[in-house]
Design a protein around this ligand. Structure first.
Ligand code: KG4
Ligand code: ZN
Length: 342
């Protein structure tokens, strides 16, 4: 019975995962998320100090709720998995200190989980054992607010980063363009909703799409949108125009993500393409990557929508993968690490 804890950014989350003996598929008993979105809407983005304070207020009620809805007592927990990084340092510290305190008081083992590793494997939560036989090699595209990464996975927890963004993450690009259009926080989902009402008729750049490597760059795209909006003046108030801009930016981001992922999948002849992270909730990205994966005869697995944006289910699951291999973290070494690279 594993308790997962996640506080890396602006979501306070706890989950309970149960692994029956002899069965490879663990079962999620609860998955509780307290979102701070309302709080950060006032400032149009996350202010770290405010996020940390909200985590401090919410972490105990969130864990209590995760245990209550799983109908499990603290005494029944066998291990604790906590996000140690990457993320906002002061946010991470709240989850890490709470998890360490629990591990010490309960005399239970603890695993420090890398948030991006958890996003990559979140596609496999509750996957039936039958499907895991032909899983590897797999390629994971993990797209979140702070990271855009391509991981080549040769076996359980055996992965190598083969590409990443050189500047802004895909989610950051969604968020920044949403801000240019004065959409409310969080910008990504708001921009995606607006995009549904328009056609992608504006030819924004597809940065690095034919760079020959698997790295990404999105800051130039954001700047291109900024200049375009300036040049079009008062049209920004027009509903149809705004929807056209949103659809065109979304398509540019998705095109680059799909092209790079497919090129990497071809090169490494992967059997499965996995998609995780907050931006994986985007319908167009899911649709296009699925269609292109099938053309390659590669299987496609996207994280279920509730496991795309930040959650503790994926932390408990990644923790379980480590614990199964006897890979625990000595409690003294469990530390918040804002820049923890995979
Ligand atoms: O994984 P996540 O919840 O947090 C981080 O680890 O950063 O990802 C959050 C990011 C934000 O940039 C948010 O705008 C974006 O995911 N996002 C979306 C959608 N839902 C969330 N971007 C595009 N379309 C969506 N439907
Ligand atoms: Zn995340």
């Amino acid at each position: 019975m594993i308790l997962g804890i996640e506080t890396s950014c602006d979501e306070t989350a706890a989950a309970v995962l149960f692994s029956p003996r002899g069965d490879r598929t663990p079962k999620l008993l609860s998955n509780v998320i307290y979102s701070q979105a309302k709080i950060h809407r006032k400032t149009g983005g996350v202010v770290p100090e405010i996020a940390a304070r909200a985590h401090i207020e919410q972490i105990i009620p969130t864990i209590a709720e995760a245990l209550r809805s799983a109908r499990v007592s603290l005494a029944e927990i066998d291990g604790i998995a906590v996000t140690a990084g990457p993320g906002l340092l002061t946010s991470l510290m709240v989850g890490v200190d709470t998890a360490k305190t629990l591990a010490m008081v309960l005399h239970k083992p603890i695993v420090a989980v890398n948030h991006m590793e958890a996003h990559a494997y979140s596609t496999l939560i509750e996957i039936p054992p039958k499907k895991t036989k032909l899983l590897f090699p797999a390629l994971a595209l993990t797209v979140s607010g702070g990271h855009t990464e391509l991981l080549l996975i040769s076996g359980w927890l055996k992965h190598k980063k083969i590409g990443q963004t050189l500047d802004d993450a895909a989610g950051e690009c969604f968020d920044k363009v949403a801000k240019l259009l004065s959409l409310p926080y969080p910008g990504g989902p708001a921009l995606a909703r607006l995009a549904e009402r328009g056609r992608a008729t504006i030819a924004f750049p597809r940065p690095m799409i034919s760079s020959g490597n698997f790295n990404f760059s999105f800051s130039g795209l954001k700047t291109a949108v900024l200049y375009y909006l300036r040049s079009e003046g008062s049209k920004i108030k027009n509903k149809r125009f705004r929807a056209r801009v949103a659809a065109s930016v979304q398509e540019a981001i998705v095109d680059v993500l799909v092209a790079k992922t497919i090129a990497a999948a071809l090169k490494h002849r992967v059997k499965n393409i996995l998609l995780g992270g907050g931006v994986a909730a985007n319908h167009l990205l899911r649709q296009k990557l699925k269609a292109e994966s099938y053309k390659l005869k590669s299987n496609f697995l996207a994280a279920q929508p509730e496991y795309c944006t930040d959650n503790a289910a994926m932390i408990a699951y990644a923790g379980w993968l480590h614990m199964q291999r006897g890979d625990y973290t000595p409690i003294k070494k469990v530390r918040a690490n804002a820049d923890w690279e995979l």
